[in-house]
Design a protein around this ligand. Structure first.
Ligand SMILES: *Cc1c(COP(=O)(O)O)cnc(C)c1O
Length: 409
């Protein structure tokens, strides 16, 4: 056998032996709270469709209208002939929503983070990044060639040390000045806690550094207008604001919002944008319809419903003595545990996490087991997510099944 075959076989064996082997389950039909998984009906508690919009008929109808007018493909990158009226309208509406001068649409959040970091950072620049940031921010940082400083999770003191250790070049002429960029998730995707954005914003201002926030899980969910973590924490707008359209908006894609010059520069230099086919116009039309809902009165109602569901779940698990992520400090961050739909239940080792997930699935409740490398070793977990579309009865069923399954172990 050649090296390729031997290596693949050996690596797959290792992954299996470590209980880290992953398989996909096939969904029939819509990806809502009621979902058909491998041929059986379940309630879905592991989607990022927090507002229940992924299967909303109004959004699908907007996509269908655009499909009728514009067809399926955009045919080329946006700088060539792929930039449709729907793309431009969506960018303008996203910028208006976040109250920033401009926004730029990417096909995925992954592409946005890689494109932005690679375009903005040069060798010699410094990237200061939370250790639990999303994988796309880690890869983008590595790809950029900048000096990568990984700081302890949400530790403002560690950020301060990292910035103190690198000199402020803001007075040097541009060819000599290093850029220092702090980058963090807004809501951490596997833990559901928030970045200390007000403190980071102040720290960056003091040090002449720039701030980038990836709010994939906050956008649509947090803040009274659904603008996300920045609105919720009432902090200054970051220099670079990334959010995605595939989670609470129930569509696909992502965008970067920021200054006129930031967006114009990305149009010239973000390789994952320049050299990639523009998304289908129908996806942009769908995202516009979703944004209208999320930013309007119905969005506020859905966020209220989501919060009520989170509280019902947390109260129920507390009554059964099931320990969720800590919530006893009384701080603003502790309060956010009742606002963020990501409710991880830490189990630790891989095999028991899989066993609990399997027992729940047998009871018709789908909660995927999250294992390394998605989370650090020894912190395998059930990443339970709630949606505005869950009913009280569905949540009660989950709480009871969790109680029974964890008791039986
Ligand atoms: C999901 C996610 C992404 C990737 O976005 P996609 O559009 O799914 O590629 C980026 N950052 C964070 C924090 C995410 O949770």
């Amino acid at each position: 056998m050649r090296v390729l075959e031997r290596r693949l076989a050996q690596q797959l064996d290792q992954i299996r032996a470590a209980d880290l082997y992953r398989v996909r389950r096939v969904i029939d039909g819509a990806h809502g709270t009621r979902i058909r998984v491998d041929g059986r009906d379940c309630v879905n508690f592991c989607s990022n469709d927090y507002l229940g919009l992924a299967s909303d008929p109004r959004i699908a109808a907007a996509a269908q209208r655009a499909l009728g007018e514009s067809g399926t493909g955009s045919g080329a990158a946006a700088l060539v002939s792929g930039y449709n009226r729907e793309h431009r309208a969506l960018e303008e509406e996203l910028a208006a929503c976040l109250q920033r001068p401009r926004a730029l649409l990417f096909s995925t959040g992954w592409a946005a983070n890689l494109g932005v970091l690679r375009a903005l950072l040069n060798k010699g620049d410094v990237l200061v990044a939370d250790e639990l940031n999303h994988a796309s921010l880690i890869d983008g940082g590595r790809l950029s060639g900048a000096h990568y400083v990984r700081v302890k999770h949400a530790d403002v003191g560690a950020y301060r040390c990292a910035l103190d250790d690198s000199t402020d070049d803001s007075r040097l002429p541009i060819p000599d000045a290093r850029l220092r960029l702090v980058v963090t998730d807004g809501v951490f995707s596997m833990d559901g806690d928030l970045a200390p954005l007000p403190e980071l914003s102040r720290l960056c201002a003091e040090h002449g550094a720039a701030l980038m926030v990836d709010d994939a899980h906050g956008f649509g969910v947090l803040g009274s207008n659904g603008r996300g973590t920045v609105e919720h924490l009432a902090t200054q707008a970051p220099d670079i604001h990334v959010a995605t359209l595939g989670k609470s908006l129930g569509c696909a894609g992502a965008f970067v919002a920021g200054s006129e010059d930031l967006i114009e520069y990305l149009i010239q230099r973000a390789r994952s944008w320049v050299f990639s086919t523009a998304p289908p116009p129908a996806i942009a039309a769908a995202a516009r319809a979703a944004l209208r809902i999320v930013a309007g009165a119905e969005g506020a109602e859905r966020r209220d419903r989501l919060r009520a569901n989170i509280q019902r779940f947390r109260r129920g698990t507390q009554q059964l003595g099931i320990a969720l992520a800590a919530d006893d400090s009384g701080s603003a961050m502790a309060e956010s545990r009742f606002l963020v739909p990501i409710q991880p239940l830490l189990i630790g080792a891989e095999a028991p996490t899989l066993a609990v997930s399997k027992a729940l699935l047998d009871a018709g409740l789908w909660v995927a087991a999250i294992r390394p490398p998605t989370v650090p070793r020894g912190t395998s977990r059930l990443r339970i997510t709630l949606s505005a579309a869950h009913t009280d009865a569905q949540i009660d069923r989950l709480v009871e099944a969790l109680g029974a399954t964890l008791r039986d172990r």
